[in-house]
Ligand binder design. Sequence first.
Ligand SMILES: [Zn+2]
Length: 313
Amino acid sequence: MTEEQIAAIVRKAFLETLVESPGDTGDDDNPAGVFKSPRSQAAIQEMIDAGKKLWQRQYVDGNGGNLSYRITDKFVLCTPTLRSKGDLTFDDFSLIDLENVQLYGTRPQTSEIKLHLEIYKTVPEARAVIHCHPPYATAYAIAGILPPSNLIPEQEVFIGPMAMAPYETPGTWEFARTVVPFVKTHNTVLLINHGIVCWADSITHAEWFVEVVDTYCKTALIARQINPELPQIPPDKVLDLLSIKKKMGLPDARFEEAEKHSALPHVASSHMQLAEEESSVTHHNALPTDLEAKAAKVTAEIVRLLNEGQKSS
Ligand SMILES: [Zn+2]
């Protein structure tokens, strides 16, 4: 066995002791244990940071907008009602199940969380959801018009053509279900007369998508004032972008049609790979920095002792 293999086994054993330690029972059915676990605390910190970015960019006005993280298959961490997303603290968050029953936390969850829950139930890959009202994307949503497609590569790769969900009263299950027909093939949906919703594999990425979409809508609006007939990315080059997108595991309503005609070429690699980006929660093996340092120290010590043992035997 190589030193690397031994180190991997030791690290795994150390992680298992962590999961069994108080505050993280490793029992995914225990709401208090799940809420206090290092992964939940890291997820909450990620939501606090994303909330600040959304507020600074003026995507969440007043108490508007909401964020959530599916932390286990059954449990979701979410933001509370009546709180600015720029001022969130750890005590604001609660843990709920997929039927919107609050299991841990003292502040009532946002009523719009039902929208998030319907997305989690429909799309297993969705781990994080952000709903907000960014002005330019919301302007298209209240105008009832989808922005033009194929103008900027980043938009096509990360988002692609958006869908428009019909209007329903916010906070109701009827409202929540309006997005269900679209979310398997779209990570971003415009909510007519309301705002937008984005899902991703982490809150960090969902927040990126909000930024990409709103900037795209703003740029398209300005560009159309300069030239009403905007030049589009050529169709064969759009296929290149779709190929990159497929490799990144992002959804797109155009995949089915492109695959029917075997039109998706293979693209070896791209600088825009989400997989290379670090998110504290997406990588289930990743630990908070202090624990990572502890794990490295314990691993090194055990490998040293094993090596000594081997020499003396
Ligand atoms: Zn809203």
